[in-house]
Design a protein around this ligand. Structure first.
Ligand code: PLP
Length: 449
């Protein structure tokens, strides 16, 4: 342990580290109190999707705070709650219309898990309580969302007391957990990871299973890994066969991050519940939520007197909702989703050039502006640093010294793949700004080994 900070009152996320103090941000840049700038190449936690310092959003927040900062959704609603819900409902696939707000993605997934349970109970299927999630998937930190996810490091301190949810492997064709060759499953239309899903359902008994939850493109745990094209169609079919609700976690991928409004559009499927967060307010205020299918809402109305037995003090918080509405207006007006697609291809191309230059880069992949860079497992860093210290963390340290912040991989290195990091800048980034970022990344990579 290098240092322990004992001199202030903050409950630090990591008491061994000291972070720069940020004074303000503008566009893709953050500035610390010494005036040093950092390109926010990961939009914070893939959240600050419009960059920093947007007056229009700040004004919308201030205006709403002055009008009515808090309105309890058990007693009142606001116009902006209706306006934002309508905007989000219209972006979702047909049949998913009703929007429920929370403050964070963990709460959104928690809410989805509970809604699925209530739906089945209402339908007289009392036994359906198990959620199936995937290893190498992240759905949040609360007990339910943590139990559904497969982040080993975050789960480990709480086992064995997590909820008894089950997991299958996420598809990861470069390092197939079933040792299949890339493309083999698609060619023969026989999918080991899908078969495993059905096998697990039959083993536990479909009468016990409530929902399957997955990220459409696996973010932090695998580093922007998309499944084979038809994977989710197969999963959808199995869910339908056994009356299991499909929850797609778009907390990281939603609102344009992958060059589509929702990443599910890449795969042509419709889930029963979509959860979202981060990008919805572009990080200007805590806001997240879920969009539920008409089938679920109809059941709630028919069987539960229209009541979802769940709720938070800050559900639909007007100030957060104002931030979301303002952000979504900007997304629309400034064609942000299209920019993410176009700039995403440019960034991918520039990163592939770096891959040519640095043979220790094993893979560059992604959709839109969610790009993962995988490093070779055998890589030897230049600086001596503690065992188990992740090389992507070291790269981030170097990049920060040079003026950019990246998103080090948070998945456990599983013995096959190397470490990875994510590049996910604000969706309104320009070509020149990407060039500037690439120069910093190039220097950082040069210093890495
Ligand atoms: N789901 C996914 C896919 C995420 O990436 C995250 C956060 O990184 C979450 C859920 C949890 O969201 P939050 O940190 O807002 O609770």
């Amino acid at each position: 342990m290098e240092r322990i900070l004992t001199t202030d009152y903050v409950f630090h996320r990591d008491f061994t580290k000291e972070y720069p103090i940020i004074s303000y941000g503008k566009g893709i840049y953050l500035y610390d109190k010494n005036g040093k700038s950092y390109i926010d190449a990961c939009s914070g936690a893939v959240a600050a999707n419009l960059g920093h310092g947007i007056e229009e959003i700040a004004q919308a927040i201030a205006d709403q705070a002055k009008k009515a900062a808090f309105v309890h959704t058990m007693r009142f609603e606001t116009d902006i709650l209706h306006l934002l819900s309508e905007k989000i409902g219209k972006l979702a696939p047909e049949g998913l219309n009703r929007v429920y707000f929370t403050t964070g993605g963990s709460e959104a997934n928690e809410s989805a898990i509970k809604l699925a349970r209530q739906y089945h109970k209402d339908s007289g299927k009392e036994g359906k309580h198990v959620v199936i999630g995937r290893w190498q998937s992240y759905h949040g930190n609360t007990f339910g969302s943590l139990s559904a996810g497969g982040d080993i490091k975050r789960r480990q301190p709480y086992t064995p007391n997590l909820l008894p949810f089950q997991h299958i492997y996420s598809p990861n064709c470069r390092h197939c957990p079933y040792n299949r060759e890339k493309g083999d499953c698609e060619q023969h239309r026989d999918w080991s990871c899908v078969q495993d899903f059905e096998r697990l359902i039959l083993q536990i008994g479909p009468e016990n299973i409530s929902a399957f939850i997955a990220e459409p493109i696996t973010g932090s745990q695998l580093g922007a890994v998309a499944p084979p094209q038809d994977y989710f169609k197969e999963i959808r079919e199995i869910c339908d066969r056994y009356d299991i609700l499909l929850i797609l976690d778009e907390v990281m991928t939603g609102f344009g991050r992958t060059g589509k409004h929702f990443a599910l559009e890449h795969f042509g499927i419709t889930p029963d519940i979509i959860t979202f967060g981060k990008g919805v307010s572009a990080g200007y205020a805590p806001l997240a939520g879920m969009i539920a299918s008409d089938k679920i809402i109809d059941s709630l109305i028919q069987h539960s007197q229209g009541k979802f037995i769940h709720g938070y003090t800050y559900s639909g918080h007007p100030v957060s909702v104002a931030a979301g509405l303002s952000a979504l207006r900007i997304y629309e007006r400034e064609n942000i989703v299209e920019n993410a697609k176009v700039m995403g291809s440019y960034l991918l191309h520039k990163l592939l050039e770096l891959k040519e230059k640095y043979p220790f880069i094993a893979d560059v992949r992604g959709e839109g502006l969610l790009i993962g860079i995988e490093l070779l497992k055998s890589i030897q860093p230049s600086a001596a640093f503690p065992v188990n210290y992740k090389i992507s963390e070291r790269l981030n340290e170097l990049a920060m010294e040079l003026g950019a912040v990246i998103y080090p991989g948070s998945g456990s290195i599983d013995g096959v793949a190397g470490d990875h990091f994510i590049i996910s800048p604000p969706l309104n980034i320009s070509k020149d700004e990407i060039d500037e970022l690439i120069i910093i990344l190039d220097h950082s990579l040069k210093l890495l080994i």
